[in-house]
Design a protein around this ligand. Structure first.
Ligand SMILES: Cc1cc2nc3c(=O)[nH]c(=O)nc-3n(C[C@H](O)[C@H](O)[C@H](O)COP(=O)(O)OP(=O)(O)OC[C@H]3O[C@@H](n4cnc5c(N)ncnc54)[C@H](O)[C@@H]3O)c2cc1C
Length: 516
């Protein structure tokens, strides 16, 4: 059956959708309600190994105030229209700006982009969802504030609210973003406005400085979920240190991963190296400094180890390339530098590269920028490795133990290569955990390669699960599958909460596998 819409919400007739669209237009203004193919195009570009049609939105609505968000929720309840919320909408490799299910409308909050408050003494911020990291960076620079941002690699074009709501990570000592979040404002499915932490206390000034408030602490429940629409978020900023000393340690052998992790873990847990250390594999490094697979090999399939060795040689890359930084006063940095260099010397392997030695070369430059809160888009070079626009992050978590990383690396490489794809990955060292982040890159213009990528992603999930590993976040095509890994009791609790807070199931149904 043809319709004038690109898609319709599940179970909603065209006539009912017409009526809802009229209401949205009356509440928001006609220019804030988009339905044409041309207007919806930016919201349909998924990079996943499934047809675009599965994630086609029926409409996009934008809002400029909390009251408008409340109006959207009211209409959605009345017409039983599911609404998928995005802030800056740059969730590339996790579903981009498209909804989890076909026919959902997208609520795009990019126009709510006020930096409400930055306190340079308490080092806190309160922002609306559309604020980008670039906007914050410019504000901090223009006002010469002694503060440093932490952000995901798409920094300039992404933002703290969306990234934190999806529990994303950055590369400074404040890189675990949800840990640094303090106070949220949320519009609930019934239109109520909830402020978490101290935010509900009239006249309170501690909303952005004390996370826990009183009674149950609710913030976590709203991340990676579909229980509310975040309209304001507070978070902590790091004071800009007098000295920032980035460095790299290159290791020559793939087998070194075990020792690298054992060596770094104590330094990280003791905060001698205080930032989220990255251990990047050869192809990640190569792609982000501009190498394309076709420069070396034209046959399809997994890239042979001999080619990896050649790339290492040509581009002076390690099998593993570790990026860390020291932050603090000159005295603090000097002491910690001594500890770090002595630790590496004792290990008897690993070549240190300092800022002075690296100069302006990539990928050192962009890594140093990410570790010091300077936005850049260099990491998008990953997409040129194979070309064709297919990308799905496979991000299993493990303990920060050498043996675990070794095991995960070998398993991932074997499965990717079996499906004719490459290991393009890095480990990000949390305080005690590893986010093992692998970009499953493939040519989405090839139907055959897309099928292989899909089979590969399923096998990665299945085989890792058998070994007791699960991912911390996943693209929208696999969210239902991953929810199963976490067990039936968790799912049942999530469902009960969903039914209680959102009985019509209008807020992002299907997000993280949660439905009424
Ligand atoms: C090359 C490359 C490198 C990347 N590196 C990183 C990295 O270092 N770290 C990292 O974390 N990610 C990384 N990503 C993934 C992603 O691009 C970032 O996480 C990005 O910050 C997410 O997009 P966003 O900030 O625009 O959030 P959005 O797309 O706006 O939001 C993300 C999700 O959060 C939920 N959400 C958003 N806003 C709200 C709201 N107001 N209320 C309720 N729920 C909401 C929605 O489910 C949405 O899909 C990378 C991607 C690429 C392509």
């Amino acid at each position: 059956m043809t319709s004038k819409y690109q898609a319709l919400p599940k179970g909603v007739s065209e006539a009912r959708f017409d009526a809802a669209i009229k209401k949205f237009s009356a509440a928001l203004g006609a220019d804030q309600v988009l339905t044409s193919a041309e207007h919806l195009r930016p919201y349909t570009k998924v990079m996943m190994s499934v047809p675009d049609a599965r994630h086609q939105p029926s409409a996009v609505v934008t809002a400029t105030s909390v009251e408008q968000v409340q109006a959207v929720v009211k209409i959605c309840n009345e017409y039983k229209i599911p609404v998928w919320t995005i802030s800056t909408g740059r969730n590339f490799g996790y579903g981009s700006a498209a909804p989890v299910e076909r026919g959902q409308i997208v609520l795009d909050l990019k126009k709510m982009n006020k930096i409400i408050h930055i306190d340079p003494e308490l080092c806190t911020a309160l922002v609306e969802p559309g604020v980008t990291y670039q906007q914050l960076y410019d504000y901090i620079e223009d006002n010469k504030l002694p503060l440093m941002l932490s952000f995901s690699a798409p920094s300039a074009i992404a933002g703290p609210v969306g990234n934190t709501m999806d529990r994303g990570v950055g590369y400074t000592p404040y890189g675990e973003h949800f840990l640094m979040q303090c106070g949220m404002e949320l519009v609930l499915a019934n239109g109520d406005v909830l402020r978490t932490g101290m935010g509900g206390v009239k006249g309170d000034k501690a909303w952005q400085v004390f996370k826990w408030g009183y009674g149950p602490t609710l913030d976590g429940m709203f991340t990676q979920s579909n229980y509310g629409i975040c309209t304001k978020m507070g978070f902590w900023l790091m004071p800009k240190p007098p000295v920032f000393k980035p460095f790299e340690i290159k290791f020559d052998n793939e087998a070194d991963i075990n020792e690298i992790v054992e060596m770094l873990r104590p330094l990280r847990i003791a905060n001698i190296i205080p930032n989220a250390v990255v251990i990047a594999g050869t192809l990640w490094e190569a792609a982000t400094c501009g190498v394309r697979r076709s420069d070396y090999i034209t046959e399809p399939g997994a890239t042979p180890d001999s080619v990896l060795a050649q790339i290492r040689k040509d581009k002076h890359l390690g099998a593993w390339n570790v990026y860390c930084a020291l932050y603090g006063s000159p005295e603090q940095v000097e002491v910690n530098w001594k500890i770090v260099t002595e630790t590496i010397k004792r290990a008897g392997k690993g070549r240190i590269v300092t800022q002075e030695e690296a100069g302006d070369t990539q990928p050192f430059k962009y890594r140093a920028q990410l570790m010091s809160g300077v936005p850049n888009l260099q990491e998008f070079g990953l997409y040129n490795w194979r070309g064709g626009g297919g990308s799905m992050w496979f991000a299993p978590v493990s303990q920060a133990r050498g043996s675990e990383c070794d095991k995960q690396y070998a398993l991932a490489k074997q499965i990717l290569n079996k499906h004719g794809l490459d290991y393009v990955g890095e480990f990000i060292v949390g305080w005690r955990d590893m986010h093992h982040v692998i970009d499953v890159l493939y040519d989405r213009t090839s139907e055959e390669e897309t099928k292989r990528a899909n089979a590969c992603f399923n096998e990665l999930l299945d085989e890792f699960e058998k070994e007791g590993y699960a991912v911390y976040r996943v693209n929208t095509a696999f969210q239902e599958r991953v929810a199963q890994s976490y067990g039936p009791v968790k799912r049942s609790v999530e469902r009960k909460i969903k039914r209680a807070l959102d009985p019509n199931g209008i807020l992002s149904p299907g997000k993280s596998g949660i439905n009424i």
